[in-house]
Design a binder for this molecule. Structure first.
Ligand code: AMP
Ligand code: ZN
Length: 473
């Protein structure tokens, strides 16, 4: 098959032709979420762009197997035994067990993905399912002399590698973009970059999840899970590994170090990294407390697919700044585009030659370093073209939407049902009563009114233009 996909490979620092190990097949891995809180829309930018990459590969004919981990083992803020255990912090905050927290936020993550039309990967594997695999890897690394025990923990010895900083020359300035906050020194380490493979001695005496191991009761280090899970499901050779740019160092650097030391050969040829979403105050982060979620967007009346379109209109290798003003503009463009598509006639003969010509144009945009904004321009150009009939246009949009996943040909589900005048004045009176309750900070009453309406099949939404309501049952 024609390997026409090109994208920026962080490993070679070049836009390169993507050639998988096995013709026509792609073994793809994505670092999944740490499930101690909701995903913020920055995290979801990464997952949207990875989804577009996966769908583009499928669109041009590849058979893709995609694996994602769920980080449900306590995930420290750094390699040293410092920072805080995020899962434990979440559990304490919500008075739940760590596993309850993991289940709740894993489900919440996939709910968000569904709203954003992000396809669920073929394999989703929680780290807590794979402890035996991680222990086995650590045993092999010790046997091969790539690991050592110090202070009752097992460490990876980076001095045993020919090259550790495979993504960057060891230039601190270049590393800055990828470094996570809160890195401090651990006196057990022989070398600055060594990292923990297995903890038995942690400053977290109340670490909730622990397992028996040849080195005592403990838990895996931060990076081993992605190596273990990807090798378990994709085998010894992987084609494509993805994540946000903050994963490049140290997470992906350490993944490569331990995987290649364990396997004894090169592991993954292509690395795809998505740049960050920022807001006016800087990079979005879960640990900062307040952050933007899909539900927050919805509560402001923003359709999650408008956010998806916003992401697609910019290049994945550029930082992107979120603002409500831009979101309003994208919402207007989205509604117009969808209206145009839905008005197309659907009963003509499809012009096969034109269909193929415009399908190729769309593919070429995607294959040019995943240029999604050019791909969207192809949609507009095609809709404007005077030499294609409506039905061919409609079929093309349907086909493009496999990748774009903006529901461009989907009629809106909620039909406005006829509402009698009496019900309408009842709803409006309740909405007013609720606004008064909110003003007096009587949120319990406000919630009770919302529930009372819901029980009558009326859903209300607080938007920036005021309260909106619809009959949903
Ligand atoms: P986490 O749940 O923190 O492990 O992050 C999940 C994914 O989101 C990873 O691939 C991160 O690299 C990515 N990520 C984190 N912050 C941002 C951001 N502000 N913008 C885009 N991607 C991000
Ligand atoms: Zn990972």
């Amino acid at each position: 098959m024609d390997n026409k996909m090109k994208f920026f490979n962080t490993l070679t620092k070049k836009v390169e032709q993507f050639v998988p190990n096995e013709e026509g097949k792609v073994a793809m891995y994505t670092c999944g979420p740490t499930v101690y809180h909701f995903a913020h829309i920055g995290n979801l930018r990464s997952y949207i762009m990875e989804d577009v990459l996966e769908k583009s590969l499928r669109y041009i004919g590849y058979d893709v197997k995609r694996v994602m981990n769920i980080t449900d083992v306590g995930h420290l803020a750094s390699d040293a035994d410092t920072g805080e255990d995020k899962m434990l912090k979440g559990a304490k905050r919500e008075n739940k067990t760590v596993m309850e927290i993991a289940k709740f936020y894993t489900d919440a993550f996939f709910e968000d993905c569904k709203k954003l039309n992000i396809k669920r990967p073929d394999v989703v594997e929680p780290a807590t399912n794979c402890i035996d695999e991680f222990i086995h890897m650590v045993e092999v690394l010790l046997e091969k002399g790539y690991a050592y025990i110090a202070g009752e923990n097992v460490y990876f010895d980076t001095s045993k590698l020919k090259e550790y900083h495979i993504f960057f020359n060891h230039n601190e300035d270049e590393l800055l973009a990828g470094v996570r906050d809160d890195v401090s020194e651990d006196i057990n380490k022989k070398n600055k970059n060594d990292f923990v493979l297995w903890f038995t001695k942690s400053k977290f005496e109340d670490q909730a999840l622990k397992w028996d191991s040849p080195w005592g009761v403990g838990y895996p280090g931060w990076h081993i899970e992605c190596s273990g899970i990807s090798i378990k499901h994709l085998g010894e050779y992987m084609d494509l590994h993805c994540g946000g740019v903050d994963n490049i160092f140290p997470h992906h650097t350490n993944e490569v170090a331990q995987s290649e030391a364990y396997l004894g050969h090169k592991w993954c040829n292509y690395w795809f990294h998505v740049h960050h979403l920022n807001d006016k105050s800087g990079k979005m982060s879960k640990s900062k407390g307040e952050f933007l979620t899909v539900s927050l967007l919805e509560s402001k009346g923003i359709n999650p697919l408008v956010y998806r379109m916003f992401c697609l209109q910019s290049h994945y290798r550029k930082p992107l700044e979120f603002s409500y003003e831009v979101m309003d503009n994208v919402a207007t463009a989205y509604t117009k585009l969808k209206k145009k598509v839905l008005e197309l006639k659907k009963d003509e003969q499809v012009d096969k030659a034109k269909f193929d010509e415009y399908k190729t144009r769309f593919e070429d945009a995607l294959c040019n370093d995943l240029n999604t904004s050019s791909a969207i321009t192809v949609v507009y150009d095609m809709l404007k073209a005077t030499d294609i009939n409506d039905t061919t246009k409609y079929e093309l949009v349907k086909s493009y939407d496999y990748v774009l996943s903006l529901d461009l040909t989907k009629e809106d589900e909620v039909e406005t049902k006829a509402v009698d005048a009496e019900l309408e004045s009842f709803i409006l009176a309740k909405i007013e009563e609720r606004a008064a309750a909110k003003k007096e900070k009587d949120f319990a009453k406000a919630d009770a009114i919302r529930d009372e309406l819901l029980a009558k099949g009326v859903t209300i939404k607080d938007t920036r233009e005021g309260v909106k309501w619809e009959i949903t049952q």
